[in-house]
Design a binder for this molecule. Structure first.
Ligand code: 13P
Ligand code: SF4
Length: 305
């Protein structure tokens, strides 16, 4: 079977079985083409809250499938490849949050959505890269404890000068491998290109960028721009999607480090096997976790609109 035949089988099967395929923008383009919805973390959460089908197959990482279960507990949420987890989501646990709460009792705890659902039960509100500035500006308290991504937190703090921030020292292992020297080398190779990066990158990288934003914001910027060349400082799939969407423009990956092995774990064949009920993992969460995590995610959706 070739890729197109497999895609046709997947599209026919998902219709026959009444299943929905959601994909994060870091998934490969062959998966993107069979998905019902592709987006950044905020858009995926919004969609997950209102998905019409009874079963959702999530092509992304574990916390994303958990978010679907939390927002639609009556539905089956299946992680297409059970090995796909976000290492950043494992960097902080509830014990650390309890310790931080004791140390900073007056702070509102803001958690990046890249956290486990049990961690989400212990925080005040979640944010994503595309919604963090808006949400934090909408919080009454001027004291913010931001976990776990320090780079995203510092980038947000630059845009919320009236707030006082405390950071946890976590971060995305993929984006943190990109360095200033990669920017210098890419700028030298492509002097006319605009540099678009994700705010999970180190400050030494975002400070030099022409634009920083979420995965879909980066794609929208490149599509809407009259410029013809772009250096992309985020996961390599974004370059792949942009090459399909804007064939008259040129896209260069900022560094060979821009590969998230967890996002790359899911294949088109996994999606097919999942639809047949032969693989994937159905997410099960306790009622307490669902109830607790729901509060911080729903608050995010409400404040981030
Ligand atoms: P966004 O799609 O919200 O930009 O998130 C990027 C990411 O690293 C997801 O794991
Ligand atoms: Fe996690 Fe980074 Fe991969 Fe996103 S890109 S899933 S934050 S490791």
């Amino acid at each position: 079977m070739n890729t197109r035949e497999l895609q046709d089988k997947i599209i026919a099967l998902k219709k026959e079985k009444g299943m929905c395929i959601l994909a994060h923008a870091y998934q490969s383009h062959d998966i993107w083409e069979v998905a019902d919805f592709v987006g950044d973390s905020f858009a995926l959460s919004q969609y997950a809250a209102s998905v019409p089908q009874d079963t959702v197959i999530m092509c992304g990482v574990r916390f994303m499938a958990e978010t679907v279960k939390v927002l639609s507990p009556q539905k089956r949420s299946i992680l297409a490849n059970p090995l796909a987890g976000c290492p950043m989501a494992e960097q902080i646990d509830q014990k650390m949050i309890t310790w931080l709460k004791d140390k900073y009792p007056k702070h509102t705890i803001v958690a990046y959505i890249n956290t486990t659902s049990s961690l989400k039960t212990a925080v005040d509100v979640c944010v994503t890269s595309s919604s963090a500035v808006r949400i934090i500006n909408n919080i009454q308290n001027d004291k913010i404890l931001f976990v776990p991504d320090k780079n995203l937190g510092e980038w947000v703090a630059q845009q919320c000068p009236d707030k006082e921030f405390v950071f946890f020292r976590g971060g995305c292992p993929t984006h943190m491998r990109i360095r200033k020297r990669d920017v210098e080398a890419a700028r030298k190779d492509h002097p006319n290109a605009k540099l678009l990066v994700h705010p999970e990158c180190l400050g030494e990288v975002t400070d030099l960028a022409d634009f920083a934003g979420s995965t879909t914001e980066i794609m929208a910027y490149a599509k809407d721009s009259s410029e013809k060349e772009f250096i992309i400082g985020t996961e390599s799939s974004i370059v792949q999607h942009l090459q399909f969407e804007c064939p008259d423009k040129q896209f260069y990956l900022l560094s060979r480090e821009c590969v998230c092995h967890n996002m790359k774990m899911t294949t088109l064949a996994d999606v097919y096997q999942c639809l047949l009920g032969r693989s994937g993992e159905e997410i099960n969460l306790t009622d307490d976790v669902i109830k607790g995590a729901k509060k911080s995610i729903e608050r995010m959706i409400e404040l981030g609109r």
